[in-house]
Design a protein around this ligand. Structure first.
Ligand code: SF4
Length: 214
């Protein structure tokens, strides 16, 4: 798949789609967005990361709010932080001597999750960097707000395959302009669109029945 500029979707949409295809459709197709405690906390955590500042400490140059694009995934967006580590396998950077290897760092509120939602978004960023800079990106990290710590993420083949497959499914759903029906489950408790889903869907009563089942 090679996407034109006009067909590019936001990087953040991939995480929404992985979390729930209906959530992706509500936000990106129907333009519905509602704040809740989780989204507000996430915004605060991103403020520093998205400041646009750059800094160099020793052999690490840090770029913030870096625009990324992948035409094979059909995605574009802003990376919170990309560190460039001085490395013989790296790439040249404008105005800097030597070679630098990219290492994406995504900021997330809350804790590390068993599901791959966050890791998929990071993997998509890594693929963007590979296409843009022509170097392999085999590792990145996610900075979680609670506790405040980094989790290293290996950008392995399995994660890459899932990222590519999800991106293709997301683009297919986007082309059809389709909002799938609600598929209620525990994930809905953390979803900022829960109220909308509950009130908009005639299947809300089914959800209540399922939740009350022994
Ligand atoms: S409430 Fe549940 S089904 Fe509805 S968009 Fe959110 S996660 Fe998806």
């Amino acid at each position: 798949m090679e996407s034109d500029e006009k067909d590019l979707l936001p990087l953040s949409a991939l995480q929404h789609f992985a979390y729930c295809p209906r959530q992706f459709a509500l936000i990106h197709l129907e333009q519905i967005w509602e704040e809740n405690r989780f989204t507000a906390e996430g915004q605060i955590l991103h403020e520093r990361a998205n400041s646009g500042e750059t800094e160099t400490r020793g052999d690490i140059h840090t770029a913030r709010s870096l625009r990324l694009v992948s035409h094979t995934l059909g995605l574009t967006g802003i990376a919170d932080v990309v560190e460039f580590h001085r490395h013989t396998q790296g790439t040249e950077l404008p105005g800097r001597s030597g070679l630098w290897h990219p290492f994406p760092v995504e900021y997330k509120r809350g804790r590390s999750k068993a599901d791959d939602w966050d890791r998929l978004q990071l993997c998509a960023q890594a693929i963007c960097l590979e296409e843009m800079l022509g170097v392999e990106v085999s590792e990145g990290a996610i900075f979680y707000g609670k506790p405040r710590r980094r989790e290293a993420v290996e950008i392995n083949e399995s994660l890459r395959d899932t990222t590519r497959e999800l991106s293709m499914r997301m683009h297919a759903q986007w082309s059809e302009r389709r909002t799938p029906p609600a598929d209620y489950g525990p994930k809905c408790d953390r979803c900022s669109l829960k109220e909308h889903c509950f009130s908009a869907s005639s299947t809300a009563s089914n959800y209540l029945k399922r939740m009350l089942e022994p």
